[in-house]
Design a protein around this ligand. Structure first.
Ligand SMILES: [Zn+2]
Length: 322
């Protein structure tokens, strides 16, 4: 009874062992056949998963009747073996990829080395003059002779410009303005164009009659003052020269020309009532200057030295038209 029991157990053990061996060998066989699930990705992102025992890419594709077109590429390469990702990607060779490939090829060794040349940056500050502007104010009457008067002189201004300058091999390759600061504003030059005033005195000449001279100052209130009056002629004694040309440039004329100090501009009309009986009716025009002539002294031009001496020196009331 005990012996039978042990035989039964042995049979059971053997049976279980056989089953275990069978299961084990099936497992070994399965692992040897190496069945894989491979994902194939097509252009336009469509993908499918196939079950295969093959490992070479070209074989997996032909097994699944997949033909690679001439404008398509396969990754991994058709001749290679499927890798751990278990994925085959088929994609179109695009124009963009071709262009990139060409560009990469065209980069020369020199160009690549050039990218490693040191580029330095410096901040540079420069001071630059700001030129002044000229402003013209025309206040003249149309069709008249004009003159220019500078009312304000122009002065250049100054500004400071800060640049960022980039150098490559000490050669400036780029310059950018960072900031600008005005240190001094320029001052405009102002020119006024006005009508040239021709004074009434300037329009007088020795050919004018006493009446015409009087008329030329009509309406002008004279300054009445007593002046130390003497006479002179065109001789060396009186003038140190004999040409008879006055300071105004006009030839001296008897009973017309008077020499006066700088307080009386050339062209000033002087009426001397005490000489109203003379050929000029007492009307004189300042045309000359003289070394000894001061503002309270006048000298009347005479045709001869003797006449001048006879006139002598007198204190006379003078009407000065300015
Ligand atoms: Zn003289």
């Amino acid at each position: 009874m005990e012996e039978r029991f042990s035989i039964k157990i042995i049979r059971k053990i053997v049976f279980i062992s056989i089953i275990l061996i069978c299961i084990f060998s099936i497992g070994v066989k399965a692992s040897k056949s190496d069945v894989n699930y491979v994902t194939i990705v097509f252009p336009e992102d469509y993908e499918t998963t196939v079950m295969t025992s093959k490992v070479k890419v070209s074989e997996i594709l032909s097994e699944n009747h997949i033909i690679v077109l001439p404008d398509e590429v396969v990754y991994p390469d058709q001749d290679s073996v499927i890798d751990f990702s278990k994925k085959i990607t088929i994609s179109k060779v695009t124009e963009a990829k071709k262009i990139v490939a060409e560009e990469v090829e065209s980069v020369t060794t020199e160009e690549l080395l050039g990218k490693y040349v040191t580029v330095t940056e410096k901040i540079i500050v420069e001071q630059v003059e700001i030129p002044y502007e000229t402003i013209t104010k025309d206040v003249s009457r149309e069709g008249t002779e004009t003159k220019d008067t500078v009312l304000q002189q122009g002065v250049n201004g100054l500004k400071e410009i800060k640049y960022k300058v980039r150098y490559q091999d000490e050669q400036e390759i780029e310059r950018n303005v960072i900031s600008e600061k005005i240190l001094k504003e320029p001052v405009d030059k102002i020119i006024q164009i006005s009508t040239k005033i021709v004074s009434r005195a300037g329009r007088r000449d020795s050919a004018m009659s006493p009446e015409a001279i009087a008329a030329s100052v009509a309406g002008v209130t004279p300054t009445v003052t007593n002046l130390n009056t003497s006479a002179y002629c065109a001789c060396m004694i009186c003038c140190g020269k004999t040409n008879g040309i006055t300071s105004s440039g006009a030839p001296a004329k008897e009973w017309y020309t008077i020499a006066a100090g700088s307080g009386y501009p050339i062209g000033t009309v002087i009426y001397i009532p005490a000489l109203a009986d003379k050929p000029n009716g007492g009307w004189f025009v300042v045309e000359d200057r003289g070394g000894a002539i001061t503002n309270n002294k006048i000298d009347i031009y005479m045709g001869s030295h003797s006449s001048a001496l006879i006139f002598g020196r007198r204190n006379l009331e003078c009407h000065i038209y300015q």
